[in-house]
Design a protein around this ligand. Structure first.
Ligand SMILES: C[S@@+](CC[C@H](N)C(=O)[O-])C[C@H]1O[C@@H](n2cnc3c(N)ncnc32)[C@H](O)[C@@H]1O
Length: 283
């Protein structure tokens, strides 16, 4: 039996690792590779210490017990990757300005509902709001959007709702002009998103494996850099269910390195000079 001794001094047996992978996929959709024992050990080390668990087998056992919801959330949160930034990849926001918002304006979708799915600490949702404000200020039209950011991680949702970011996070993605226009400096190292950007944005905890019904219908979904962690089946299922909550003519934007598998036939590709987005196929 192969064993890996993690730097936290606990040992991961193959069977326990496999049971943990199964738990994580069932709870969050995240598929761990076959040899990520070191990642598991380093991410879970503090939780193991806090709960005085001697090994992964004991953790998996504990996770199966009734009433283990807090521990389950803690473990899932520790295993998520929350990397994000304002105006990430730039081009989707250029497509919003040049194509999607003008299309909404033309079709009189004047109050679009927008979903930032797996929004992490909120920069994507706020970037959408800033982009909309720029569109309105440009004189090209006037849209009153409602933007909902969701994430499986309660800690990320809490941070997103606060709308406060360190200077380093602000500098990653926001030009000085956008920073001064959309943020207020709170102290030497903290900036806060201004009320006029925040007023159309709200956040809530939501697991993409669960139903979307309570979120309502959308005209635009940003679902970026999360499906890469899931299996083909989960991806296909989520894309299928997203198609069901998109209004006719609604758009889906995925991550720069992601594309829709051919089986996602509900969507058609919209090629713009800046890149590709997807639109719900007409019936
Ligand atoms: C890499 S971040 C992407 C953030 C943002 N969409 C972007 O592209 O910058 C991935 C996010 O997906 C979230 N996540 C992972 N599994 C999830 C699930 N099953 N449901 C909802 N969010 C999930 C994580 O908590 C994390 O914040």
């Amino acid at each position: 039996m192969a064993q890996v001794t993690a730097r936290t001094n606990w040992t991961i047996e193959d069977a326990h690792y496999d049971a943990f992978r199964a738990f994580l996929e069932e709870a969050s959709g995240i598929v761990l590779g076959e040899s990520k024992q070191y990642l598991v050990a380093s991410r879970l080390g503090p939780i193991m210490a806090q709960h005085q668990l001697p090994g992964l087998g004991e953790l998996v056992e504990r996770l199966k017990r009734p009433g283990s919801n807090n521990l389950r959330n803690q473990v899932v949160e520790a295993m998520t990757t929350n990397e994000t930034q304002f105006f990430r990849d730039v081009y989707p926001f250029e497509i919003l300005r040049s194509h999607i918002f003008p299309d909404f304006q033309k079709r009189r979708v004047l109050q679009p509902r927008i979903w930032s799915a797996a929004c992490s600490s909120g920069q994507e949702a706020y970037s959408l709001s800033m982009c909309l404000q720029e569109f309105n200020a440009s004189g090209a039209g006037h849209l009153e959007a409602e933007i909902i950011g969701t994430d499986i991680s309660a800690a990320m949702v809490e941070k997103a709702a606060k709308g406060r970011y360190r200077s380093s996070a602000v500098a990653r993605g926001l030009s000085v002009e956008r920073r001064d226009r959309f943020m207020t400096q709170v102290d030497a190292d903290t900036w806060e998103v201004r009320p006029e950007v925040r007023r159309r944005v709200s956040f809530r905890v939501h697991n993409l494996l669960e139903g979307f019904g309570l979120l309502g219908r959308f005209d635009l979904i940003f679902c970026r850099n999360v499906l890469i962690y899931f299996s083909q089946d989960s991806r296909a299922d989520i894309l299928d269910r997203m198609a069901k909550v998109l209004n006719p003519g609604g758009y889906l934007v995925v991550g720069a390195s992601e594309s829709l598998a051919r089986q996602a036939s509900q969507y058609e590709m919209v090629r713009c000079p800046q890149g590709v987005v997807y639109r719900l196929r007409g019936k």
